[in-house]
Design a protein. Structure first.
Length: 140
C-alpha cells in the first residue's frame, strides 16, 4: 500500500538523487574523460562517436530538468535507454561495479530508478507543479 502522505516526498528524494547522478556522470565525461576521450570510448565499442555527444548532453540537460522537476516523467523515461546502453557496456564485466571495467548492477539499478521516477512523477517541490495541477494520489 502506498502512503499518500509521504509518497510525494519519496518521489522528491528519488528525483533529486537521480538528477544529481545524471549531472555528475555528464560532468565526469566532460572533465575526467573529456569529450574526445568519451567519443573514442564509444567508437571502441563500435558505436558512432556522435552518440557520445548525445549521451553527455542528454545526461546533463536531462539531469538538470529532473533536478528542477520539469517534465520529470518524460525526461526520466527518455533517459532509460541511455542507462540500458550503459548496462550493455558493462554487462560483460560481471555483477559488481567494482569489477574491472565496472559491473552491471549500478546501471541496472539506475535504469530501474529512472523507470520508477517516470511512473511516480516529480513529487513534492517540482517546478512543474507551479504550472500543472497533477492528480492527487488516492488510497487503494
Amino acid at each position: 500500500m502506498i502512503d499518500v502522505r509521504t509518497a510525494p516526498y519519496a518521489a522528491f528524494v528519488l528525483r533529486i538523487a537521480l538528477g544529481a547522478m545524471f549531472i555528475a556522470h555528464a560532468l565526469l565525461k566532460f572533465v575526467a574523460f573529456t569529450l574526445p576521450g568519451t567519443v573514442q570510448f564509444f567508437e571502441s565499442l563500435g558505436l558512432p562517436g556522435v552518440l557520445a555527444y548525445v549521451t553527455v548532453w542528454a545526461e546533463l540537460i536531462g539531469g538538470a530538468l529532473i533536478l528542477a522537476g520539469l517534465g520529470t516523467r518524460w525526461v526520466a523515461a527518455a533517459l532509460v535507454p541511455i542507462l540500458l546502453g550503459a548496462l550493455w557496456v558493462h554487462s560483460g564485466n560481471g555483477w559488481l561495479f567494482t569489477a574491472q571495467g565496472g559491473g552491471w548492477e549500478y546501471p541496472a539499478f539506475l535504469a530501474a530508478a529512472a523507470a520508477a521516477l517516470a511512473l511516480l512523477g516529480g513529487g513534492k517541490f517540482a517546478l512543474s507543479s507551479l504550472f500543472i495541477r497533477a492528480p492527487q494520489l488516492r488510497a487503494a
